[in-house]
Design a protein around this ligand. Structure first.
Ligand code: URA
Length: 243
């Protein structure tokens, strides 16, 4: 939700100050009704008209970030820790939000956008969007462990499962295993909790793929806007997969 005068200003109709005058003069309608209060908040779904002409909402924007460790997947933090939007430069003027979350210490692909409707589809399990993680786990994982993870485990009363699991590397000396897990669910700390449920500790965790997107050459802390084609691929994915 944003203040009406800000939404009008962002649409490019006029400045925020002049938008306030338009509102007070009764020239602004929200969902067909004249609104004169300056404090009024509107959502992306509300229809805003100025002099009976529908305003164009802020254009949607989609940004892929390679999240480094020790950064929060939120837009602000009361404790003063770094947040994901701190990584964005002045070229990004839109207010964007993370699509789901990665833990403070998890690295990898995080999408930021102001498109709430696509966000909901990308994170809801019913749309079956793959989230692919590579976990470095302490201990020697067995095939049976992978089967258990695919069948599902219960952690703190929640049923957690993955759709694929495979071992990528085994370090016998250090007794560590590198595993790839593909999830459709996106529960809080899901990968770490799934391993905890079967007696292992995740030492490092990175998200390598999100639906049709991979990081490519993007280094930790770097970001880039998605191309129109990449956005279309994501939208197509949510239309195709819905169960
Ligand atoms: N699973 C986790 O445990 N942590 C993340 O950041 C993402 C998935």
């Amino acid at each position: 939700m944003e203040r009406l005068q800000k939404v009008i200003a962002k649409s490019g109709v006029t400045s925020r100050r002049k938008a306030e005058t338009l509102i007070q003069d009764g020239r602004v309608k929200v969902n067909g009704k004249v609104v004169k209060e300056l404090g009024t908040k509107v959502s992306n779904n509300d229809e805003v008209e100025v002099d009976d002409i529908l305003i164009e909402k802020e254009a949607p924007i989609y940004i892929m970030v390679n999240k480094p460790r020790r950064v929060l997947s939120s837009v602000k933090d009361d404790k003063g820790r770094s947040v994901i939007t701190d990584l964005l430069g002045e070229d990004i003027e839109e207010r964007v939000y993370p699509v789901g979350r990665l833990d403070y210490d998890t690295t990898g692909l995080l999408l930021l956008t102001n498109d709430g409707s696509l966000t909901n589809k990308l994170i809801h399990p019913k749309y079956g969007v793959d989230k692919v993680y590579v976990a470095k786990v302490k201990g020697m994982l067995t095939k049976q462990d992978l089967t258990t993870l695919k069948k599902g485990v219960t952690h703190e009363g929640e049923r957690l499962k993955c759709v694929h699991a495979r071992i990528l590397e085994v370090d016998k000396k250090k007794e560590k295993t590198k595993v790839e897990l593909t999830l459709h669910q996106g529960k809080n700390r899901q990968v770490r909790r799934m391993f905890e449920a079967i007696g292992y500790r995740v030492e490092k965790l990175k998200r390598e793929r999100f639906g049709t997107l991979t990081l490519g050459k993007l280094q930790p802390g770097e970001y880039r806007e998605l191309t129109p084609h990449e956005v279309k691929q994501l939208v197509d994915l949510t239309n195709k997969n819905v169960k």
